[in-house]
Design a protein around this ligand. Structure first.
Ligand SMILES: Nc1ncnc2c1ncn2[C@@H]1O[C@H](COP(=O)(O)OP(=O)(O)OP(=O)(O)O)[C@@H](O)[C@H]1O
Ligand SMILES: [Mg+2]
Length: 492
């Protein structure tokens, strides 16, 4: 073939047959002539896509190359085309020489070749396009099933007009997806202005970042208002074509439930605060009455007994002895009354203030447990509000009880200081150290109570523990504005 081409090109004139041959051989389309169930001519393109040599393919029955399930259909279309009943190309699969399947698109015509009827075929290898299309269809199917599996409404926007929506738009907004295509996105909002505002926010934010999340009130087809959590992402690296995707999640019920939960927490907090203050008031009242009324009566009784004993004649030894015993019993009763009333509510706290009460409690603790308690104050007593004083005192009591019960410490240091905005109490022991699990254990009611007391006053309690080094409890309570402190420092 090559010498022929050369000859033709060199001479710059060629026969009709040579011209057809060149055209067929140079064609990017497969060209063949078939006669008596054999290929009489195949161009190089056919050899390329079938993988056969010219001699091999010419020796084959052409229908053997067709993928068996496609043979009947291919024959049918070929016959229709030859009878001029079909004009559009048909597609079928072939099996290449190395066993691969390829897609071919073909047209045929009836011709006369070397004086006999023959078929002239034009074919095109469309495997790549076919596979590309198939991959695309698969991707599209995957994309639409993913989008339909998403419970949120997913909406594609170009310059604020909807060009895509998944099926969930019906659940969220009550619109069918088909109804939305081509509509302005303001259909989801109360007013055009609201739509403009949220749109401006999205487009301006997505200039500099890929995604943006916000909550915004929307409106359903039936006019019902819903609160949506919206996530917008831009399509592509830049926002040049103003194409974005927005997902809408209806969080109306979730929000309501959250608010309900928050409200019931608030109610519980208020109830707890109320109960604590009632308990505190009750304790104070009982402590006062025990202290004042019982204390006074007992003191009077003791005085009467002393008077009686001094007036009893010497010879009534037994009676005198009895009166003495009664007086000493009254003494221990007075002590018990004092202790009980103090445990209920140290009158010191009301009468002398927090610092005195802490000092007294620390001393009591030291006497009872034998653990030295070092107390340092860096604040002025007068400035401490009564509620704060009560809370700090009760937290201090619980901390000391915990140290006695759990720490195994032999030293405690207590500091109370005033910072610019807060009153800070720190109690540190050198015991075994509280663990993180113990701090966070929902059954640690003592710790929970401390936290609750502090949080009712807007404060916090931090606990830290280090194994065998000790535990530190830090209580921070904000001090209401206007309360000035001269930061006196006093040490016990
Ligand atoms: N100073 C401390 N040193 C070591 N462990 C501590 C200390 N304080 C508390 N703990 C640990 O933290 C746990 C929880 O303390 P919390 O005060 O909440 O409960 P409790 O003292 O066991 O019981 P209660 O409800 O009577 O107070 C304790 O059981 C203890 O294991
Ligand atoms: Mg406790």
């Amino acid at each position: 073939m090559k010498p022929v081409e050369k000859k033709i090109i060199n001479r710059n004139s060629f026969s009709k047959e040579d011209l057809y041959r060149i055209l067929a051989n140079k064609s990017q389309v497969g060209v063949y002539i078939m006669q008596d169930k054999r290929f009489k001519f195949v161009n190089p393109h056919i050899l390329d896509y079938t993988g056969y040599s010219e001699s091999d393919i010419k020796a084959l029955d052409p229908s053997c190359i067709i993928y068996p399930p496609d043979r009947r259909m291919t024959r049918k279309y070929a016959v229709q085309m030859l009878k001029e009943q079909r004009f559009s190309p048909y597609e079928f699969r072939i099996i290449t020489s190395d066993g691969r399947t390829k897609w071919i698109m073909e047209t045929i015509t009836s011709i006369s070749f070397q004086g006999q009827r023959a078929i002239l075929g034009n074919s095109l290898d469309i495997t790549e396009q076919k596979e590309g299309r198939k991959r695309l269809e698969e991707l599209e199917a995957l994309e639409s099933s993913i989008l339909d599996a998403i419970p949120q409404a997913v909406v594609g926007l170009q310059n604020r007009y909807i060009n895509f929506a998944n099926n969930a738009v019906r659940d969220i907004f009550g619109w069918n997806r088909e109804e939305l295509i081509g509509k302005h996105v303001s259909i989801f909002y109360h007013t055009k202005e609201a739509s403009r505002n949220i749109g401006d926010l999205f487009y301006s934010t997505l200039e500099s970042q890929r995604t943006f999340i916000t909550e915004f009130p929307c409106i359903r087809k039936d006019g019902k208002e819903i609160l949506c959590r919206m996530k917008a992402s831009r399509i592509g690296e830049k926002l040049r074509e103003r194409r974005i995707v927005v997902t809408y999640e209806d969080i109306t019920e979730k929000k309501k439930a959250e608010e309900e939960l928050e409200r019931s927490h608030e109610e519980l907090r208020n109830l707890s605060a109320h109960l604590q203050s009632v308990r505190e008031k009750e304790s104070t009242r009982i402590a006062r009455r025990i202290h004042d009324e019982l204390g006074q009566s007992l003191t009077a009784l003791k005085m009467d007994l002393s008077w009686l004993e001094s007036r009893l004649p010497k010879k009534l030894e037994i009676l005198k002895g009895k009166a003495k015993k009664m007086a000493s019993l009254v003494d221990t009763t007075i002590e018990s009354v004092h202790r009980i009333s103090t445990e209920l509510r140290p009158i010191l706290l009301d009468d002398l203030g927090l610092l005195a009460a802490i000092e007294w409690q620390a001393e009591e603790f030291e006497n009872r447990s034998g653990i030295p308690c070092d107390v340092t104050f860096k604040c002025n007593d007068i400035s401490i509000d009564k509620e704060i004083a009560t809370a700090l005192f009760r937290i201090f009591q619980e901390t000391l009880t915990n140290i006695a019960r759990h720490a195994g410490a032999d030293r405690i240091s207590v500091t109370l200081r005033k910072t610019e905005k807060d009153l800070v109490m720190e109690v540190a022991d050198n015991g075994q150290g509280i663990t993180h699990e113990q701090i966070e254990d929902p059954r640690s009611f003592g710790i929970m109570g401390m936290r609750e007391r502090a949080s009712l006053l807007g404060g916090t309690v931090y606990l830290t523990g280090e194994h065998l080094k000790g535990t530190r409890v830090t209580v921070i309570i904000p001090v209401p504005e206007g309360e000035k402190d001269d930061s006196n420092s006093c040490r016990r």
